[in-house]
Design a protein around this ligand. Sequence first.
Ligand SMILES: *[C@@H]1O[C@H](CO)[C@@H](O)[C@H](O)[C@H]1NC(C)=O
Ligand SMILES: *[C@@H]1O[C@H](CO)[C@@H](O)[C@H](O)[C@H]1NC(C)=O
Ligand SMILES: *[C@@H]1O[C@H](CO)[C@@H](O)[C@H](O)[C@H]1NC(C)=O
Ligand SMILES: *[C@@H]1O[C@H](CO)[C@@H](O)[C@H](O)[C@H]1NC(C)=O
Length: 218
Amino acid sequence: MFGAAIVLPVLLTAHLVYAAAVRPRLDNGVAKTPPMGWNTYNHYSCSPNETIVKSNAKALVDLGLADLGYRYVTTDCGWTVRDRTANGSLTWNETLFPNGFPALGEYIHGLGLLFGVYEDAGIRSCQINIQQAGSLYHEAQDAALFASWNIDALKYDNCFSDAATGYPNVNYAPSTSPSARYANMTKALAAQNRAVLFQICEWGVDFPALWAPLLGHT
Ligand SMILES: *[C@@H]1O[C@H](CO)[C@@H](O)[C@H](O)[C@H]1NC(C)=O
Ligand SMILES: *[C@@H]1O[C@H](CO)[C@@H](O)[C@H](O)[C@H]1NC(C)=O
Ligand SMILES: *[C@@H]1O[C@H](CO)[C@@H](O)[C@H](O)[C@H]1NC(C)=O
Ligand SMILES: *[C@@H]1O[C@H](CO)[C@@H](O)[C@H](O)[C@H]1NC(C)=O
């Protein structure tokens, strides 16, 4: 009968130990539950296009997956181009996305889904043969551009982190941690008027479990 009185303090202690071990997390209101959705990379690698994104977004709705919570539709690597525009903005590949990214976002939002884009915390994004601009040193400008497109998610990769020739730069004990590059994008996103899901895709370099929870969501 009195077993519970003994067990309870043990449980409380265990809870306190657990709470102390969990890192503080970035909390901007999103990702209260694990974010779910669809990303071009898993089937189309770095070759997305407008038709693919639209048809798969529509399929999330038509198949009933959206109702189950699969709502993020993210266009991964391959959407942008090598050169920024004259004012330094990123832009989309017009052959692959003839109607452009703002219109793509409107289409996705029109289906009741969430609009995700992809960039890279390095000099170039992750493609070996085709050069595409990365966001390193352009974080504030790119975050503002993405917010102007009404994005809901940013997947942020880690290729070409040190040099335009270093692909993919998988250095698990880097001389400088990727954390500062990711922190700069976290800060840039926080300065926008939208709550964006920030997906840190840095492949485990420099023990992200120790620093990434404060900077992003996944
Ligand atoms: C889009 O990608 C699909 C699948 O790879 C391909 O069949 C189609 O030709 C592409 N469309 C354009 C406009 O590039
Ligand atoms: C746009 O994508 C097509 C198909 O991958 C490619 O041939 C073309 O070079 C790209 N354009 C630019 C400006 O990168
Ligand atoms: C930069 O130029 C592009 C056209 O190349 C334009 O769409 C965009 O609004 C400009 N951005 C700013 C911040 O002026
Ligand atoms: C982060 O941004 C600051 C400017 O706000 C810059 O001085 C610093 O070099 C950046 N850090 C990295 C690692 O890119």
